[in-house]
Design a protein around this ligand. Sequence first.
Ligand SMILES: [Zn+2]
Length: 215
Amino acid sequence: MPDFLWVGNHPGIDFLNTRPILEGHEVELLGDLGRLLDWCDEARILRPELRRRLEAMPTGRQRRLAGWARDLREALRAVLDPTGATDPDPASRLDALLTGTHGRLAVAVGELPALDVITTDAAGQLRLDLARVAIAAATDLEADRVRRCANPACVLVFYDVSKGGQRRWCDMAGCGNRAKAISYQRRHGRTGRRPVAEPPFTTLHGLGATYRALE
Ligand SMILES: [Zn+2]
């Protein structure tokens, strides 16, 4: 199973990047609860002991929880990346998914006290933690800095934190380099070999490691 992608600068944005296109095919990286928990762990939102409690749940509950997380992701996508979305009111759809979440406000005591939302139910806690990440992405970020990669064959989304706000690619080593190669070949009129720059090409394993499907 491919690694998770961390190119978005925000966990809620990289939540959207769990259904990338790899080698021309859409890949579901959150196919079951185990993968969802792996993602939460890498995103640093998985609480201690929660995995053990969730993995002890009946399979049906595990499946429903993973399905709810995927629905939450798609509702968030419709809010943040409306290209292709057909829902006229994506925020309501996102809100509707929160109907079943219940918790109470709490103060988390760490180096600095922080606001927390907790519940005793393990599945409910994971829902709350994912919902908070999704809501933060939908409400805290500057909308015009949430962008889709400029490579038309790439579906990854990122939050542009660059000073000038000119970031165009999910990953300079992958999509960015590929685009540069196209432009170089066009400028220098290389015709001796098949252009390597046509989409689709693939970013695997996130930052750095890239794979060119056509080479
Ligand atoms: Zn890209």
